[in-house]
Ligand binder design. Structure first.
Ligand SMILES: *[C@@H]1O[C@H](CO)[C@@H](O)[C@H](O)[C@H]1NC(C)=O
Ligand SMILES: *[C@@H]1O[C@H](CO)[C@@H](O)[C@H](O)[C@H]1NC(C)=O
Ligand SMILES: *[C@@H]1O[C@H](CO)[C@@H](O)[C@H](O)[C@H]1NC(C)=O
Ligand SMILES: *[C@@H]1O[C@H](CO)[C@@H](O)[C@H](O)[C@H]1NC(C)=O
Ligand SMILES: *[C@@H]1O[C@H](CO)[C@@H](O)[C@H](O)[C@H]1NC(C)=O
Length: 526
């Protein structure tokens, strides 16, 4: 492997590192990074020395919780949750424990009393098992990662969040490795070797197990770290118009959301169909019914992003038009599906976007191609939604929208949700997803030939408001909820997790194109 390639990768990492350092200051220093490079050549192998790397950290002492059982279904609280899963969604105790297993994440088996106990990317190493001179395409490659702490001592418990990729920067090819936590400080990574030629292995420590605990704790206690505004408007004295802006959020009786207050503090908006309640501080002079607009309020901290991915085949524009002909494509979700909307508007020649005079960030957005009878629709999912000021009445829950559509062979639903839910307890998201599942099941019952595509959450967030660890957990919920429903799951995780392009919560054009290619293969399988 020519050394220039290694240099290139190093400098890219330097760049990531810069972004990162300004962002984790408030949280922990446990965000660390590991890269070791190895190359294999068909006939000739040279071992590269590990590049030095960038460790930067700050201390946050934390109490480790010593309670949670792997299935987490023993507490009274959980029992209540489970009975609602059962009575409302028909999810059995067995299915629920499978979910708990899927989202289970190992944690330190002791109290973390000093940051030096956390995993140090500088001391952590990996080795390639049974390294050979050359490999065949399709062969497996195993890598073992040994985690060590800042005192250079081997770690004896698991829970570190590693990402591993096999890549070759010359051809911009990369694949994601499957990391298995051996729970004793070692991790096994499996790669399938998919191409001819050279490759490098990179293993990144995304979060140490200690940092994961911090993320988890914030998710479970600190859900108001993203908050929202409700804009009240109504007639005042002397023909004036009164305006009040109040703080709003999901109603949930713990995780910090209870801090908004109790009883008379707030206006509550219960959706009779989803049974979800949205809550705003009660305005001083206007009634609760005067709520007109919604927007993101703010973060009680800071946020940034980054990311990557993979290559597949490409559809030409001709094919895109043909594939979409006579289709009503109904996309609901967040800005990552809005990127798809934008892609289609650009890629399909006759598809013209209309101006509906709405807040662009939340929609609804519409584009039509009258000649080919294509109707493309995007709207944001219901609250919680981090958006600029938008009309509350335009924010619809996905399950309600599905309930209100006939469906049929010309209808394609594309659904995604995740990043706006990272600050809430997992059960809140699970409820939301199960409600959508229920609506999809009913849809497929009345119109079995409807196409439904679920897009998973991509990588890209690396902070306390949204981390890849949160997203990974949300994806496990999505996979669990939709595995037996007869929908397509477009798993963008891998695509966004190991691409060569700069990390970003909003993937670059190459990634969008690749995602759309897969999407089209679902809509037009032949
Ligand atoms: C750790 O937990 C104990 C008992 O729950 C509590 O009294 C203490 O304040 C906690 N320490 C920190 C730093 O949170
Ligand atoms: C775990 O916490 C409980 C109290 O919640 C305490 O009684 C117990 O000793 C703790 N166990 C360990 C191993 O720290
Ligand atoms: C950490 O320990 C290993 C042996 O276990 C040693 O080879 C290595 O040099 C040590 N690293 C540092 C930075 O001290
Ligand atoms: C960790 O566990 C794996 C599987 O149980 C075992 O093969 C390995 O030797 C263990 N590693 C250490 C360092 O104990
Ligand atoms: C209404 O407007 C009139 C004239 O502008 C003013 O004199 C009066 O004080 C106002 N009343 C109130 C309640 O503001």
């Amino acid at each position: 492997m020519p050394s220039t390639n290694k240099t290139d990768i190093d400098s890219r990492l330097q760049h990531f590192y810069k972004e990162r350092s300004c962002l984790w200051k408030l949280l922990t220093g446990l965000f660390l990074f590991l890269l070791t490079v190895w190359s294999y050549v068909e006939n000739e192998r040279k071992k590269q020395p590990s590049p030095s790397f960038l460790s930067w950290h700050r201390v946050e002492r934390q109490n480790s919780s010593n309670s949670s059982s792997p299935t987490g279904i023993n507490s009274e609280e959980s029992q209540i949750q489970i009975s609602s899963f059962y009575s409302e969604f028909g999810i059995s105790l067995d299915a629920y424990s499978r979910l708990q297993q899927a989202v289970y994440w190992p944690e330190p088996d002791r109290s973390i009393t000093d940051v030096s106990m956390s995993t140090s990317p500088a001391h952590t190493t990996f080795i390639i098992e049974n390294l050979k001179e050359s490999y065949q395409i399709g062969e497996e490659l195993f890598v073992t990662v040994h985690a060590k702490n800042f005192e250079n001592k081997s770690k004896s418990y698991g829970g570190d969040f590693f990402q591993a990729k096999l890549f070759w920067s010359v051809t911009k090819a990369s694949v994601f490795g499957e990391v298995v936590d051996l729970l004793n400080g070692s991790y096994s990574v499996r790669f399938l070797l998919p191409w001819d030629g050279e490759a490098q292995v990179a293993v990144r420590l995304i979060h140490s197990s200690e940092a994961v605990q911090v993320l988890k704790r914030h998710r479970d206690t600190d859900s108001d770290r993203v908050y929202f505004n409700g804009y009240y408007e109504g007639p005042g004295p002397n023909k004036t118009r009164l305006r009040e802006t109040m703080t709003c959020n999901v109603k949930w009786d713990k995780n910090g959301l209870e801090r908004m207050g109790t009883g008379d503090c707030c206006c509550e908006y219960n959706d009779p169909r989803t049974q979800e309640t949205w809550r705003c501080k009660r305005p001083k002079s206007l009634p609760c019914s005067a709520l007109v607009y919604h927007s993101m309020g703010g973060y009680r901290n800071r946020l940034t992003s980054e990311e990557k991915m993979l290559i597949t085949c490409h559809f030409a524009t001709q094919t895109t038009t043909k594939c979409l002909k006579d289709k009503h494509i109904y996309m609901m979700g967040d800005s990552t599906t809005r990127q798809w909307f934008e892609f289609f508007v650009k890629a399909v020649p006759n598809l013209k976007q209309m101006n509906l005079h709405v807040q662009y960030q939340s929609g609804p957005l519409i584009a039509v191609d009258v000649e080919n009878n294509i109707y493309l629709h995007w709207r944001a999912h219901g609250v919680p939604l981090r958006t600029l000021k938008t009309a509350v009445a335009d924010l619809h829950y996905i399950s309600n929208e599905i309930d209100d559509q006939a469906g049929g062979p010309h209808t394609v639903f594309i659904i995604n949700l995740g990043p706006h839910f990272t600050t809430y307890p997992l059960d809140f998201y699970t409820h939301r997803v199960l409600r959508i599942r229920k609506a999809v099941l009913a849809l497929l019952q009345r119109a079995p030939d409807t196409t439904v595509i679920i897009k998973t959450v991509n990588t890209g967030y690396k902070d306390i408001f949204g981390s890849d660890w949160y997203s990974l957990q949300l994806n496990r919920v999505l996979h669990w909820a939709f595995q037996d429903v007869g929908v397509y799951i477009l798993d963008v995780w891998q695509m966004t997790a190991c691409h060569y392009s700069k990390e970003n919560i909003h993937p670059g054009p190459v990634i969008i194109k690749n995602e759309i290619d897969i999407l089209l293969s679902f809509i037009c399988p032949d």
